[in-house]
Write a protein that binds this ligand. Sequence first.
Ligand code: C2E
Ligand code: MG
Ligand code: MG
Ligand code: MG
Length: 279
Amino acid sequence: YRAKELGRNTLQHHDGGGTPVGMPLGEQEELHQAITGHQLFLQYQPQVDVATGRITGLEALVRWNHPAKGRVPPVNFIPLAEETGLIVPLGLWVLNEACRQARHWQEMGLAPLTIAVNVSAKQFADPDFATHVAEALERHRLQSRWLELEVTESVVMQNAERALAMMETLRGLGVRLSIDDFGSGYSSLAALKTFPFDRLKMDRSLVEALPGDKTAVAIASAVISLAQTLKLSVLAEGVETDAQMDFLRQAHCEEAQGFRFSKPVSPEEIPALLRARSL
Ligand code: C2E
Ligand code: MG
Ligand code: MG
Ligand code: MG
């Protein structure tokens, strides 16, 4: 991408109803500035083994420290980054920063663990994406087995053939692939059958009503056994309560992530969490 082109025109994007609306140039320029001007940073949220409480992985989550507005949450800028194409350089920065940090923790002598990075549709559709991944691993001397890429169902469904080829290339590199937010949208059964995922992340909306709501219990149980049948590991997102954990343990869900264990934290806080070993 060329920085010069970014500010030239008012890009057209579509709102929910499909009406093109002008996007203010200022916001795009600000986001571009965020990427080049070191206003982005990552937080990491632990993923834990349900049976033991041990930390098995960390999900990298991007944050924007806006010079005037302060902390802007990703829901308020990832969509803009997607629409403008800025997600490609933004995502590349996230990928490299997460690999760098993972390697740094390993060099500190902390037990290696998986770093999960979110990948959006435009990144995944970029033919150079696999090369970018290989280069990031190489540059930071991180073994591919410690990198996991999280994509949502819509990312792979947009162009199934191309997505499948990309997934196979990535798996050839040795990185792990997870389907994120599973159960948040329309039926995802086709995606699970068609694409070579290693792991299923069950969406927070399915976990929220556990264990009181009978329908939620039925759906979560079905998702967990579906994952087992398809030989995917399964992680529950957005776990906040002990009661949810009790359910997940009984249902043999392998891993969990959520405020019950830890909010996303700054990298400086990770060594202490890892040394504590379990949450
Ligand atoms: P996600 O990948 O599903 O990430 C999980 C989100 O749930 C995070 O929100 C996390 O803070 C939040 N969360 C975790 N545990 C709990 C819990 O127990 N309760 C509740 N209420 N929330 C919980 P966050 O950091 O605001 O990120 C939102 C979304 O933005 C992410 O959803 C992901 O889709 C996107 N995102 C974040 N970082 C990146 C990135 O680097 N690249 C891309 N493409 N997308 C990103
Ligand atoms: Mg995610
Ligand atoms: Mg998710
Ligand atoms: Mg989610």
